[in-house]
Design a protein around this ligand. Structure first.
Ligand code: GTP
Ligand code: SPV
Ligand code: MN
Length: 589
């Protein structure tokens, strides 16, 4: 499929290492993929679902010890430890290659080596980048074929001479937790993942390439790889404005990207278009503005909580051509179920662990909290017509946000770009099931990139500041949101989901200078009257509450930020130190 010697040589080396019985290049054809689906069903890796109700849909269960990303086993392997920074786990590259090769050696014996050429981004986009993943897992092949552009056309466009592509080796081995490693070598465009079969650890185009490796590339090539959704808001005049938003894992990116406008907005003609739900690659375009592409081609979304009311577009998207991972199976009709789908769990079911399960009586969950769907973006009823545009879309606003019961208001605008970088750098969120470990504890997660930045986060902040200089007055405006404020009874104070458009509306008005705001020590907040609450069931008092800034709470926050900032030592840009000092000063006044 290619004459590119850099590719052929590397694939040859990998073959030599892992010793497969045969090698199959993925050409991207439907016939080849269909044959692999059939083989996966025969081997027990996939379960074919009801093809009338869910055409082209399959269920997969991972090993019980392998259900989420494992940050403790994820490494950035740069020559100098300092270059990985204090927020990444680091390993020395030469030793680590050796260790990983020892683990992977001969591990494909009796198996097939699949070689997946893929493109992150529309194949002809000047912003796209190419990778090759070799894997022994058909599940990985089928997921990559949904999540990225794969096959012949990628190689044909890439050509036979360039060496600018990312190497990715995945070896399932024994799914041994003790020998699980997800290692990145940003200095030589290489990723090696062993002993896992879970999405975020093994779909190497996604977090490994499109964030960890790409963030490193972006630093050196003056662009940005971010953990952000991309959406377009169309107003009644038919104008579309694009927004990106960075929220940590399982904090609402997919939901926001696909939101359905509240009734009043719909009547007026507002529409929301999805460009991406997880990752955004951005650079300065020919007109000086910041332009974004979604490097992916599908959605690897959280299943639990997805329903007709919370996210009808996602639900419509997963009705065909979808692979479900770790959800419950209904044996009566070969369909799937997860917590929060509807009030009718299967009586005759199988839970995510493969045990027989009666959802009407069982106390335990049917689907894992981090169970997922892999679905083609083209299925999505609100997919943007710019989805495959090689140039991407121009960005008006960048939003940061996290899951905070307290302190952080519903929305605020930063004072300017550098203050916006500060706002992103101090992001914090309660942890979720998307990564293994304790759930619900507040941790700092700058720009939602803590687990995904492929280099020193102090340098990453400096890169953000530099991008602001490059973009000048054409830079997007920066905001922060929090959909997750709770009252004393633990009840969400903001309805969220579709109603979040009311906040996006204010954000876009701010971008056009068409609405006033209230200056507070943390930034500009809306006047309650400027949030459109037509048709919304919210008490005025609650709205006021989530639009206030409690200076004492924020002084506590400032102290926590100061402590967090100490990690970065002399790599912390002076600009951010200055921003923190100024925040403290404004709060104490
Ligand atoms: P990753 O795929 O892990 O990056 O997650 P994500 O950021 O795309 O999160 P997703 O949209 O899948 O949402 C995760 C969880 O947050 C789901 O359980 C949603 O129901 C919940 N959620 C999303 N939006 C809102 C909201 O506006 N309000 C509330 N209360 N919950 C929300
Ligand atoms: C996330 O955890 O942010 C995800 C899922 O989008 S994974 O691909 O597992 O990283
Ligand atoms: Mn994500």
């Amino acid at each position: 499929m290619t004459k590119n010697e850099t590719m052929l040589n590397w694939v040859g080396q990998m073959r030599e290492l892992v010793q497969p019985d045969q090698v199959v290049w993925i050409d991207g054809s439907e016939e080849q993929l269909e044959a692999l689906r059939a083989k996966a069903c025969k081997d027990g890796d996939l379960i074919k679902l009801n093809q009338e109700k869910l055409p082209g849909c399959y269920l997969h269960r991972t090993a019980l010890n392998d259900v989420a990303r494992v940050e403790a086993r994820t490494f950035i392997c740069t020559k100098k430890e300092e270059d990985a920074g204090p927020t990444n786990h680091w390993k020395e590259p030469a030793e680590t290659y050796q260790m990983l090769y020892d683990i992977a050696r001969d591990s494909y014996k009796g198996k097939t080596m699949y070689v997946i050429p893929y493109s992150m981004g529309p194949v002809t986009s000047p912003y796209a980048k190419v990778g090759i993943e070799v894997t022994d897992s058909i599940y990985v092949v089928l997921n990559m074929a949904i999540m990225t552009r794969v096959g012949k056309e990628v190689l044909a466009h890439f050509g036979d001479t360039s060496n600018d592509w990312v190497r990715g080796l995945h070896a399932s081995c024994d799914i041994d937790e003790e020998k699980r490693y997800i290692c990145h070598f940003p200095e030589d465009n290489t990723i090696i993942s062993v002993n896992s079969g879970y999405g975020g650890n093994v779909l190497l185009g996604k977090k490994c390439f499109a964030l960890r490796i790409a963030s490193f590339q972006g630093k050196h090539e003056q662009w940005m790889a971010e953990h952000m959704l991309i959406l377009g808001v169309e107003n009644p005049k038919g104008e579309v404005k694009y927004i990106t938003a960075a929220f940590p894992s399982a904090c609402g990116k997919t939901n926001l990207a696909m939101l359905i406008p509240p009734e009043g907005y719909r009547r007026k003609g507002y529409k929301v278009w999805t460009v991406g739900d997880d990752i955004s690659w951005m650079r300065k375009g020919p007109d000086g503005r910041l332009w974004a592409i979604n490097p992916e081609k599908g959605f690897f979304g959280v299943a639990p909580g997805t329903n007709q009311k919370s996210n009808p577009n996602a639900l419509a998207t997963v009705q065909k051509g979808t692979i479900y991972t770790n959800v419950a199976l209904n044996l009566d009709n070969d369909t799937v179920w997860w917590e929060g789908l509807d009030k009718n769990p299967p009586k005759n079911g199988v839970d995510w662990m493969g045990r027989s399960w009666d959802g009407t009586t069982a106390e335990e969950k049917g689907a894992h909290p981090n169970s997922r769907f892999t679905a083609p973006a083209e299925n999505c009823p609100c997919i943007s017509k710019e989805f495959s545009s090689p140039a991407g879309v121009p960005i008006s606003a960048i939003i940061f946000g996290g899951r905070r019961q307290k302190t952080t208001p519903l929305v605020y605008q930063s004072r300017d770009w550098n203050h916006g970088v500060f706002v992103g750098s101090i992001m914090a969120s309660e942890t979720t099931a998307a990564a293994t470990g304790q759930v619900g504890v507040v941790r700092r997660d700058p720009m939602a990139m803590l687990p995904f930045c492929g280099y020193h986060m102090g340098d990453y902040f400096a890169h953000w500041i530099e991008m602001g200089e490059i973009l000048g007055d054409k830079a997007p405006k920066i905001f922060n949101v929090n959909w997750f404020r709770q009252d004393e009874n633990g009840k969400f104070m903001w309805p969220g989901f579709g109603d979040n458009l009311r906040v996006l509306d204010w954000i876009l008005e701010r971008c056009e200078n068409s609405v006033d705001a209230r200056e507070t020590p943390i930034g500009y907040l809306p006047y309650a009257k400027d949030i459109n609450t037509e048709g919304l069931d919210i008490e005025q008092e609650n709205l006021e509450k989530i639009l206030t800034v409690d200076c004492d709470e924020w002084l506590g926050e400032a102290a926590a930020i100061e402590e967090f900032y100490q990690k970065f030592g002399n790599k912390l840009p002076n600009e951010l130190k200055k921003q923190l000092a100024e925040l403290k000063e404004r709060l104490s006044k």
